[in-house]
Design a protein around this ligand. Structure first.
Ligand code: FES
Length: 312
C-alpha cells in the first residue's frame, strides 16, 4: 500500500489508492486543515509534494481550476482531490488559524493572487534624480503634480514594451518584464528604458518653464530568477517579485549616482542585448551589500531602429 510521509509531523501513514490524501490524513489522526470540507473551494488542504510527485494522479477539473487561479506550481496539490499510487513525502501548508486567514479562498476577502511562482524576469528600477531636494523647494501640490507628470510620461514606455509597473516607491518605481524568455524580456526592458529617456527629454521644457529645473532619471536593469507572489494581509494583497535579482537591480539603478549615468544594465542583461545596444561605458563597480565586483554597462542607444528590434 502507498505510504505518505508527513514532513514536520515526522509520521508515515498508509493510504489506499482510492482515498484522497486528506482522507488518509484524517483517518490516521493527522490534523489536516480542510475548511470547505473537501470541495476544492478553500485551498486550505494544500500540501507541497516534496518527493513522489509522479505517484500523484493528475489534477481533476476542480483542482486544476484552483491551481490556475492561484498559480500553483505542479508540486502544490489539494489534498482533498489527490490520490496516490506510490510513496510520497509531503508538507502541509496550512497549519493554524492565521494560515487559514491567509489562504482561504472562500468569501469576499479572498483574493486569488499568486501563491508563489518562480520566474525569470527583467527587473527595472527607475528613480528621479535629486527629487528630494527639488521637492523641498516646492509646495505640496507641485510635488505630487510633478511626480505624476513624470510617471505619466514614462509609464506608457513600460506597458508598450510588455512590462508592468510593480510598485511605486516615492519618487521611483519598479517595473517587471516577465512575458517571455530572458532574452526577450531583456530587449523589452532596454527598449522601454530608452523610450523613457526620450520621454524625459520631451518633458525638459515643461520642468524648466515651471520649476526652473532640469529633469533627470536613473534607470537600472538586471535579469534573473525571482519568486512572484501575492504579499500582504487579506484585502491588501499585492503581487510582487522577491529575490536577490530584485535587490541587484535596485543597486544597479543607484549606481547611476556615482557613475553619473542615466541607464545602467547588468552583465546578465548585456549578454542578451550586446549586439543591439550602444554601450558607451563598461565599469567594474562594487554594489552596496554585495560581495565582489560587478560590471555595469551604460546604455546610450540602439544599433538599429526600434521597429526592427520589435520584430525580433
Ligand atoms: S478542503 Fe477545501 S480545497 Fe481541499
Amino acid at each position: 500500500m502507498p505510504q505518505i510521509f508527513y514532513f514536520s509531523a515526522n509520521r508515515t501513514v498508509e493510504a489506499t489508492t482510492t482515498e484522497t490524501i486528506l482522507h488518509a490524513s484524517l483517518r490516521s489522526g493527522i490534523p489536516h486543515t480542510h475548511e470547505c470540507g473537501g470541495e476544492a473551494r478553500c485551498s486550505t488542504c494544500r500540501v507541497v509534494i516534496l518527493d513522489g510527485l509522479e505517484h500523484c494522479e493528475a489534477r481533476n477539473a476542480k483542482e486544476q481550476s484552483m491551481a490556475e487561479r492561484l498559480h500553483f506550481g505542479p508540486e502544490i496539490r489539494l489534498a482533498c482531490q489527490t490520490r496516490i499510487s506510490g510513496d510520497i513525502k509531503l508538507r502541509r501548508l496550512v497549519l493554524d488559524s492565521d494560515d487559514v486567514l491567509i489562504t482561504d479562498q472562500r468569501g469576499a476577502g479572498a483574493t486569488p493572487g499568486i501563491a508563489g511562482q518562480e520566474k525569470t524576469v527583467a527587473i527595472m528600477f527607475v528613480d528621479v534624480r535629486g527629487f528630494t531636494t527639488f521637492a523641498e523647494a516646492l509646495p505640496a501640490y507641485d510635488v505630487i503634480h510633478a511626480l505624476n507628470r513624470i510617471f505619466c510620461s514614462i509609464g506608457p514606455a513600460i506597458a508598450r514594451h510588455g512590462g508592468h509597473i510593480d510598485n511605486y516607491m516615492g519618487d521611483g518605481l519598479m517595473a517587471l518584464f516577465d512575458a517571455g524568455s530572458a532574452a526577450t524580456t531583456a530587449v523589452q526592458a532596454i527598449n522601454s528604458g530608452l523610450e523613457m529617456l526620450d520621454a524625459v527629454e520631451k518633458l525638459q521644457p515643461y520642468f524648466h518653464d515651471n520649476y526652473g529645473k532640469a529633469l533627470r532619471i536613473g534607470i537600472g536593469v538586471h535579469c534573473g530568477d525571482v519568486v512572484i507572489g501575492s504579499i500582504g494581509a487579506p484585502g491588501t494583497k499585492r503581487t510582487t517579485a522577491i529575490g536577490d535579482a530584485v535587490n541587484r537591480a535596485s543597486r544597479i539603478e543607484s549606481a547611476n549616482k556615482f557613475l553619473v549615468s542615466s541607464f545602467l544594465i547588468s552583465d546578465d542583461v548585456y549578454a542578451h542585448v550586446k549586439d543591439i545596444v550602444l554601450a558607451s561605458r563598461h565599469e567594474g563597480v562594487r554594489l552596496p551589500g554585495k560581495l565582489g565586483t560587478y560590471t555595469l554597462h551604460e546604455v546610450t542607444g540602439l544599433r538599429q531602429p526600434l521597429d526592427d528590434l520589435q520584430r525580433r
